[in-house]
Design a protein around this ligand. Sequence first.
Ligand SMILES: C[S@@+](CC[C@H](N)C(=O)[O-])C[C@H]1O[C@@H](n2cnc3c(N)ncnc32)[C@H](O)[C@@H]1O
Length: 273
Amino acid sequence: MSGAPERRTRGRTSPSRLRALDAYLLHCERPLLERQDGPWGEAAFLDVGFGEHPWTTLESARRFRALNPSLRVIGVEADPGRASAAASHEEERTHFRQGGFGWAREAGQPVRLIRAMNILRQYRAEEAGAAHEELGQALLPGGLLVEGSTDGPGGITVAYLLRRGAEGLAREALLFHTDFHQGFAPRLFRDWLPVDWRRRMVPGSALHAFFAAWTAAWAEARAQGADSPADSFHEGARRLSQAWPGVSAEPWLWENGYLRWQPPTEVPRPQGL
Ligand SMILES: C[S@@+](CC[C@H](N)C(=O)[O-])C[C@H]1O[C@@H](n2cnc3c(N)ncnc32)[C@H](O)[C@@H]1O
Protein backbone atom coordinates (compact mmCIF):
# COMPACT_ATOMS: atom_id res chain seq x y z
CA MET A 1 0.00 0.00 0.00
CA SER A 2 1.08 3.56 -0.47
CA GLY A 3 -0.37 5.15 2.72
CA ALA A 4 1.52 3.02 5.27
CA PRO A 5 3.90 0.05 5.08
CA GLU A 6 2.42 -3.42 5.57
CA ARG A 7 3.21 -5.06 8.91
CA ARG A 8 4.51 -8.59 9.19
CA THR A 9 2.90 -10.09 12.27
CA ARG A 10 2.03 -13.48 13.73
CA GLY A 11 -1.43 -13.21 12.23
CA ARG A 12 -3.17 -14.42 15.36
CA THR A 13 -6.86 -15.11 14.91
CA SER A 14 -9.43 -17.55 16.26
CA PRO A 15 -12.68 -19.08 15.09
CA SER A 16 -15.75 -17.01 16.02
CA ARG A 17 -13.65 -14.00 16.96
CA LEU A 18 -15.70 -11.69 14.74
CA ARG A 19 -19.14 -13.25 15.41
CA ALA A 20 -20.48 -10.14 17.14
CA LEU A 21 -19.67 -7.96 14.14
CA ASP A 22 -21.30 -10.48 11.82
CA ALA A 23 -24.45 -10.45 13.94
CA TYR A 24 -24.47 -6.64 13.97
CA LEU A 25 -24.06 -6.43 10.19
CA LEU A 26 -26.75 -9.04 9.55
CA HIS A 27 -29.16 -7.09 11.74
CA CYS A 28 -28.28 -3.48 10.92
CA GLU A 29 -26.83 -3.62 7.39
CA ARG A 30 -29.17 -6.06 5.70
CA PRO A 31 -29.82 -3.84 2.61
CA LEU A 32 -26.06 -3.40 2.13
CA LEU A 33 -25.50 -7.17 2.21
CA GLU A 34 -28.47 -8.00 -0.03
CA ARG A 35 -28.31 -5.30 -2.70
CA GLN A 36 -28.06 -6.60 -6.31
CA ASP A 37 -28.84 -3.69 -8.63
CA GLY A 38 -26.23 -2.54 -11.19
CA PRO A 39 -22.63 -2.89 -9.90
CA TRP A 40 -23.88 -4.28 -6.58
CA GLY A 41 -24.43 -7.69 -8.18
CA GLU A 42 -20.65 -8.20 -8.33
CA ALA A 43 -19.78 -6.08 -5.28
CA ALA A 44 -17.75 -8.15 -2.83
CA PHE A 45 -17.36 -8.48 0.89
CA LEU A 46 -13.63 -7.96 1.40
CA ASP A 47 -11.91 -9.27 4.53
CA VAL A 48 -8.53 -7.53 4.74
CA GLY A 49 -5.81 -9.12 6.89
CA PHE A 50 -7.62 -12.39 7.67
CA GLY A 51 -4.58 -13.74 9.50
CA GLU A 52 -2.84 -17.12 9.69
CA HIS A 53 -6.08 -19.04 9.00
CA PRO A 54 -9.10 -17.79 7.03
CA TRP A 55 -11.58 -18.95 9.67
CA THR A 56 -13.36 -15.65 10.20
CA THR A 57 -13.63 -15.00 6.43
CA LEU A 58 -15.25 -18.39 5.87
CA GLU A 59 -17.61 -17.96 8.83
CA SER A 60 -18.76 -14.54 7.59
CA ALA A 61 -19.17 -15.88 4.04
CA ARG A 62 -21.52 -18.56 5.35
CA ARG A 63 -23.50 -16.11 7.50
CA PHE A 64 -23.80 -13.32 4.90
CA ARG A 65 -24.82 -15.78 2.19
CA ALA A 66 -27.89 -16.64 4.22
CA LEU A 67 -29.04 -13.19 3.01
CA ASN A 68 -27.23 -13.06 -0.32
CA PRO A 69 -26.40 -16.54 -1.68
CA SER A 70 -24.37 -15.20 -4.62
CA LEU A 71 -22.22 -12.84 -2.50
CA ARG A 72 -18.60 -12.67 -3.69
CA VAL A 73 -16.19 -12.98 -0.75
CA ILE A 74 -12.49 -12.11 -0.99
CA GLY A 75 -9.91 -12.51 1.77
CA VAL A 76 -6.80 -10.35 1.31
CA GLU A 77 -3.57 -10.89 3.24
CA ALA A 78 -0.25 -9.09 3.10
CA ASP A 79 1.58 -12.29 4.08
CA PRO A 80 2.14 -14.43 0.96
CA GLY A 81 2.33 -17.74 2.88
CA ARG A 82 -1.03 -17.10 4.58
CA ALA A 83 -2.63 -16.07 1.28
CA SER A 84 -1.46 -19.22 -0.54
CA ALA A 85 -2.33 -21.53 2.39
CA ALA A 86 -5.88 -20.15 2.35
CA ALA A 87 -6.26 -20.98 -1.34
CA SER A 88 -7.25 -24.57 -0.44
CA HIS A 89 -10.50 -23.04 0.94
CA GLU A 90 -11.43 -21.31 -2.31
CA GLU A 91 -14.73 -22.09 -3.97
CA GLU A 92 -16.77 -20.59 -6.77
CA ARG A 93 -17.39 -17.21 -5.13
CA THR A 94 -14.80 -17.30 -2.33
CA HIS A 95 -11.23 -16.22 -3.13
CA PHE A 96 -8.02 -15.48 -1.25
CA ARG A 97 -5.42 -13.07 -2.57
CA GLN A 98 -2.12 -11.64 -1.45
CA GLY A 99 -2.33 -7.87 -1.20
CA GLY A 100 -2.61 -4.77 0.91
CA PHE A 101 -5.14 -2.06 1.66
CA GLY A 102 -5.28 -1.00 -2.01
CA TRP A 103 -5.89 -4.49 -3.42
CA ALA A 104 -9.52 -4.02 -4.51
CA ARG A 105 -8.90 -0.67 -6.18
CA GLU A 106 -5.87 -2.08 -8.01
CA ALA A 107 -7.86 -5.16 -9.08
CA GLY A 108 -10.88 -3.07 -10.18
CA GLN A 109 -13.09 -5.07 -7.82
CA PRO A 110 -16.22 -3.20 -6.65
CA VAL A 111 -16.81 -3.67 -2.93
CA ARG A 112 -19.88 -3.27 -0.69
CA LEU A 113 -18.30 -4.08 2.67
CA ILE A 114 -14.69 -4.09 3.86
CA ARG A 115 -13.66 -5.52 7.19
CA ALA A 116 -10.20 -4.77 8.58
CA MET A 117 -10.23 -6.11 12.12
CA ASN A 118 -7.23 -6.40 14.43
CA ILE A 119 -4.93 -4.93 11.77
CA LEU A 120 -4.24 -1.30 12.62
CA ARG A 121 -3.24 -2.16 16.19
CA GLN A 122 0.16 -2.86 14.66
CA TYR A 123 0.28 0.54 12.97
CA ARG A 124 1.04 3.99 14.31
CA ALA A 125 -1.87 6.29 15.21
CA GLU A 126 -0.69 8.73 12.53
CA GLU A 127 -1.15 6.03 9.86
CA ALA A 128 -4.81 5.30 10.59
CA GLY A 129 -6.33 8.10 8.49
CA ALA A 130 -4.36 7.17 5.36
CA ALA A 131 -5.16 3.48 5.89
CA HIS A 132 -8.89 4.26 6.09
CA GLU A 133 -8.71 6.36 2.93
CA GLU A 134 -6.85 3.69 0.99
CA LEU A 135 -9.12 0.89 2.18
CA GLY A 136 -12.25 2.91 1.40
CA GLN A 137 -11.38 3.74 -2.19
CA ALA A 138 -12.93 0.58 -3.68
CA LEU A 139 -16.26 0.99 -1.87
CA LEU A 140 -19.35 1.70 -3.94
CA PRO A 141 -21.29 4.79 -2.79
CA GLY A 142 -23.05 3.75 0.41
CA GLY A 143 -20.50 0.99 1.04
CA LEU A 144 -19.12 0.43 4.53
CA LEU A 145 -15.64 0.01 6.00
CA VAL A 146 -15.49 -1.63 9.45
CA GLU A 147 -12.12 -1.18 11.16
CA GLY A 148 -11.29 -1.88 14.76
CA SER A 149 -10.11 -4.30 17.42
CA THR A 150 -11.33 -7.17 19.55
CA ASP A 151 -9.90 -9.13 22.44
CA GLY A 152 -8.60 -12.62 21.61
CA PRO A 153 -11.88 -14.56 22.01
CA GLY A 154 -13.94 -11.79 20.41
CA GLY A 155 -15.97 -10.97 23.52
CA ILE A 156 -15.03 -7.26 23.42
CA THR A 157 -15.17 -5.26 20.18
CA VAL A 158 -14.69 -1.61 19.29
CA ALA A 159 -14.94 -0.61 15.63
CA TYR A 160 -15.21 2.41 13.41
CA LEU A 161 -18.03 2.34 10.87
CA LEU A 162 -16.89 4.46 7.92
CA ARG A 163 -19.29 5.04 5.03
CA ARG A 164 -18.50 6.09 1.46
CA GLY A 165 -20.68 9.05 0.60
CA ALA A 166 -20.73 11.78 -2.04
CA GLU A 167 -18.06 13.71 -0.09
CA GLY A 168 -15.74 10.75 0.42
CA LEU A 169 -15.35 8.46 3.40
CA ALA A 170 -17.35 9.63 6.45
CA ARG A 171 -16.49 8.62 10.01
CA GLU A 172 -20.08 7.58 10.59
CA ALA A 173 -20.05 5.84 13.97
CA LEU A 174 -18.17 4.01 16.69
CA LEU A 175 -19.56 0.61 17.61
CA PHE A 176 -18.97 -1.04 21.00
CA HIS A 177 -19.89 -4.61 21.88
CA THR A 178 -19.35 -6.95 24.78
CA ASP A 179 -20.64 -10.41 25.66
CA PHE A 180 -20.08 -9.57 29.37
CA HIS A 181 -17.52 -12.36 29.93
CA GLN A 182 -15.46 -9.81 31.86
CA GLY A 183 -18.45 -8.19 33.58
CA PHE A 184 -19.17 -4.64 32.50
CA ALA A 185 -18.05 -1.07 33.02
CA PRO A 186 -17.55 1.41 30.17
CA ARG A 187 -13.79 1.45 30.89
CA LEU A 188 -13.71 -2.17 29.63
CA PHE A 189 -13.47 -0.77 26.11
CA ARG A 190 -10.49 1.49 26.67
CA ASP A 191 -7.83 -1.09 25.72
CA TRP A 192 -9.65 -1.88 22.47
CA LEU A 193 -10.16 1.63 21.13
CA PRO A 194 -9.10 2.30 17.54
CA VAL A 195 -5.38 2.93 17.25
CA ASP A 196 -5.76 6.65 16.59
CA TRP A 197 -7.65 7.19 19.85
CA ARG A 198 -5.90 4.70 22.14
CA ARG A 199 -3.36 7.07 23.68
CA ARG A 200 -5.29 10.25 22.96
CA MET A 201 -8.39 9.74 25.09
CA VAL A 202 -7.20 12.36 27.54
CA PRO A 203 -9.22 14.87 29.62
CA GLY A 204 -10.51 17.58 27.30
CA SER A 205 -10.83 15.25 24.31
CA ALA A 206 -14.20 14.46 22.69
CA LEU A 207 -13.93 10.74 23.41
CA HIS A 208 -13.02 11.36 27.04
CA ALA A 209 -16.19 13.45 27.43
CA PHE A 210 -18.24 10.68 25.80
CA PHE A 211 -16.83 8.05 28.18
CA ALA A 212 -17.37 10.32 31.19
CA ALA A 213 -21.06 10.67 30.22
CA TRP A 214 -21.36 6.89 29.63
CA THR A 215 -19.73 6.13 32.98
CA ALA A 216 -22.08 8.55 34.78
CA ALA A 217 -25.13 6.99 33.07
CA TRP A 218 -23.94 3.48 33.95
CA ALA A 219 -23.25 4.46 37.60
CA GLU A 220 -26.76 5.94 37.87
CA ALA A 221 -28.22 2.73 36.44
CA ARG A 222 -26.38 0.67 39.07
CA ALA A 223 -27.45 3.04 41.83
CA GLN A 224 -31.06 2.52 40.70
CA GLY A 225 -30.72 -1.28 41.04
CA ALA A 226 -29.43 -2.48 37.64
CA ASP A 227 -26.96 -4.91 39.21
CA SER A 228 -25.96 -7.51 36.62
CA PRO A 229 -23.47 -6.56 33.90
CA ALA A 230 -26.12 -6.96 31.17
CA ASP A 231 -28.73 -4.92 33.07
CA SER A 232 -26.32 -2.13 33.95
CA PHE A 233 -25.14 -2.00 30.31
CA HIS A 234 -28.71 -1.88 28.99
CA GLU A 235 -30.03 0.68 31.46
CA GLY A 236 -26.85 2.77 31.25
CA ALA A 237 -27.09 2.82 27.44
CA ARG A 238 -30.75 3.85 27.63
CA ARG A 239 -29.91 6.74 29.95
CA LEU A 240 -26.92 7.78 27.84
CA SER A 241 -29.10 7.82 24.69
CA GLN A 242 -31.28 10.47 26.36
CA ALA A 243 -28.32 12.59 27.42
CA TRP A 244 -25.79 12.32 24.61
CA PRO A 245 -26.44 13.14 20.93
CA GLY A 246 -26.04 10.27 18.50
CA VAL A 247 -26.28 7.30 20.88
CA SER A 248 -28.54 4.87 19.09
CA ALA A 249 -31.79 4.13 20.93
CA GLU A 250 -32.49 0.80 19.25
CA PRO A 251 -33.39 -1.76 21.94
CA TRP A 252 -32.00 -4.69 19.88
CA LEU A 253 -28.55 -3.16 20.22
CA TRP A 254 -28.71 -2.80 24.02
CA GLU A 255 -30.32 -6.20 24.54
CA ASN A 256 -27.44 -7.80 22.67
CA GLY A 257 -24.55 -5.89 24.23
CA TYR A 258 -24.05 -3.23 21.50
CA LEU A 259 -23.80 0.53 21.79
CA ARG A 260 -23.48 2.64 18.64
CA TRP A 261 -22.45 6.26 18.83
CA GLN A 262 -23.25 8.06 15.59
CA PRO A 263 -22.59 11.76 16.20
CA PRO A 264 -24.72 14.24 14.20
CA THR A 265 -21.63 15.25 12.21
CA GLU A 266 -18.88 12.59 12.33
CA VAL A 267 -16.93 10.65 14.93
CA PRO A 268 -14.43 13.25 16.14
CA ARG A 269 -10.78 12.88 15.29
CA PRO A 270 -8.21 12.92 18.07
CA GLN A 271 -6.41 16.22 18.42
CA GLY A 272 -3.32 16.43 16.23
CA LEU A 273 -4.44 13.74 13.75
C1 LIG B 1 -3.84 -10.14 14.02
S1 LIG B 1 -4.18 -10.71 12.38
C2 LIG B 1 -5.93 -10.44 12.34
C3 LIG B 1 -6.68 -11.62 11.79
C4 LIG B 1 -8.20 -11.44 11.72
N1 LIG B 1 -8.59 -10.28 10.93
C5 LIG B 1 -8.83 -11.36 13.09
O1 LIG B 1 -9.39 -10.31 13.43
O2 LIG B 1 -8.76 -12.33 13.83
C6 LIG B 1 -3.56 -9.35 11.40
C7 LIG B 1 -3.22 -9.73 9.95
O3 LIG B 1 -3.21 -8.54 9.16
C8 LIG B 1 -2.24 -8.69 8.15
N2 LIG B 1 -1.92 -7.35 7.64
C9 LIG B 1 -1.22 -6.35 8.25
N3 LIG B 1 -1.15 -5.28 7.43
C10 LIG B 1 -1.83 -5.60 6.29
C11 LIG B 1 -2.12 -4.90 5.08
N4 LIG B 1 -1.69 -3.66 4.88
N5 LIG B 1 -2.84 -5.54 4.13
C12 LIG B 1 -3.28 -6.82 4.31
N6 LIG B 1 -3.03 -7.52 5.44
C13 LIG B 1 -2.33 -6.92 6.42
C14 LIG B 1 -1.09 -9.40 8.87
O4 LIG B 1 -0.26 -10.07 7.94
C15 LIG B 1 -1.85 -10.36 9.80
O5 LIG B 1 -1.97 -11.65 9.23
